[in-house]
Design a protein around this ligand. Structure first.
Ligand SMILES: *Cc1c(COP(=O)(O)O)cnc(C)c1O
Length: 402
């Protein structure tokens, strides 16, 4: 399959980035500033009349540019700007798009930090957010006003794993002259929101893309126009707020993404196996690869072939007490770690209600179906997932969960 169109892994496989001595890895540009032979050239770069020169690493740096090229390729977008965290990418994009008086329509089930930013922080600047269920297109349409500037959602939402129909939402956005911003953190390779009509695709690289839980990082992928706006020396939020990624870290993430396709396949394979087993055991399971998931069909129609339904999985143990006991027992038995975050080689689990989604009030959690006994799993790269399942099953039986 040499077709790049439906296989984002090819975009990374085909990259040829060499070091200055012919090294198979590009050299790291370990510099904050860059020299110029002529004073005039520097002036032209500042004025924006000359492109392609490195100036200062808050603007661009060769190492972050290499990683940007790889990630833009992965997302079928023209360009990318790296940031020091996923939140850095999200907040920088939103602050570039929205001014005082503007409105945002956002999915109500999103990452807790993104939710808190829109709900609590943006009102300081006179930006109002309406939270809707983005899997219900009528709710999006009804929320649009003449002040709506952007629609924000996650391809697969955190923590309920709802899948938004990006193709359909982008049609609504385009018809109304609104920008569509999509957080694709849970489903790199699996979904290509840029190909489905999203204007801006953001990621927390901290999770699957880097995959080693050794750093936080983020990326904004978009067209040339938006990328240029972001780094404008007079008005760009990436340039002026300065949430940039360091060149050393960019180089290490670039090396890790070369195995992203293999890791996504394995995460998905293991998560699917566990979800089917847990469901057979009589548990309430949320996994988009299961036929009873409300967006199973939509996901099948829109996903790229070959990377599965993702590595995230949620079970309901009914009570907070049981959830905590099970997580502690699983950690003791080395199933994985009781930790937030995702995309690690070990399975990570947490109770979203009291951790990653705790920014969302208890009442709001209830209305969105976030019950207190939920455990979110980021399923690891276990070679023998049957063995892992048997350990988890034993833990569940001892706690009378199944
Ligand atoms: C973790 C996460 C973020 C925030 O990213 P950081 O790298 O922690 O700043 C945003 N969106 C989603 C879906 C996430 O899982």
């Amino acid at each position: 399959m040499s077709d790049k169109k439906n296989n984002p892994a090819n975009s990374i496989q085909d990259l040829q980035l060499f070091g200055e001595f012919g090294g198979v890895n590009p050299s790291i540009a370990d510099s904050s500033t860059f020299t110029y032979l002529a004073g005039k050239t520097m002036g032209d770069v500042f004025e924006g009349t000359r492109e392609g020169c490195y100036l200062y690493s808050r603007h661009t740096n060769p190492s972050t540019s290499y990683l940007g090229e790889a990630l833009a390729g992965l997302e079928y977008m023209k360009g990318a700007i790296l940031s020091a965290s996923g939140m850095g990418a999200i907040t920088t994009s939103i602050l570039q798009l929205c001014s005082s008086g503007d409105e945002i329509i956002s999915s109500r089930t999103i990452y807790g930090g993104s939710y808190a930013f829109m709900k609590n922080y943006l009102p300081k600047f006179g930006v109002k957010t309406t939270f809707v269920n983005t899997t219900n297109l009528a709710q999006i349409k009804n929320a649009i006003t003449d002040k709506t500037k952007m629609i924000y959602c996650e391809t697969m939402s955190n923590p309920l794993l709802e899948v938004s129909d990006i193709n359909a939402i982008s049609l609504i956005a385009k018809k109304n002259g609104i920008k569509l911003v999509v957080d694709n953190t849970f489903t790199p390779m699996i979904f290509s929101p840029g190909k489905m009509g999203a204007d801006i695709v953001v990621h927390s690289l901290t999770k699957f893309i880097n995959g080693t839980s050794d750093t936080v990082g983020g990326v904004i992928c978009s067209d040339e126009e938006f990328i240029t706006e972001l780094i404008d020396v007079n008005s760009g939020s990436a340039m002026l707020l300065g949430p940039v990624m360091d060149s050393m870290r960019a180089a290490s993430i670039l090396k890790n993404i070369r195995t992203l396709h293999l890791r996504m396949k394995k995460h998905s394979e293991n998560a699917k196996y566990l979800s089917e087993k847990f469901q057979d055991d009589g548990l309430r399971v949320i996994y988009p690869g299961l036929k009873n998931h409300p967006q199973h069909e939509i996901m099948k129609q829109n996903m790229n072939d070959g990377f599965g339904f993702g590595g995230m999985l949620v079970i309901d143990t009914k009570t907070k007490e049981k959830a905590n006991k099970l997580m502690e027992k699983m950690q003791k038995n080395n199933v994985g770690y009781l930790a937030v975050s995702l995309g690690f080689y070990k399975t990570l689990f947490c109770a979203p209600g009291s951790s990653t989604s705790s920014e969302i009030s208890e009442n709001e959690q209830k209305t969105m179906g976030l019950s207190e006994g939920l455990i979110r799993f980021s399923v690891g790269l276990d070679d023998d997932i049957k063995r892992t399942y048997n350990v988890i099953k034993k833990c569940m039986k001892e706690l009378k969960i199944i």
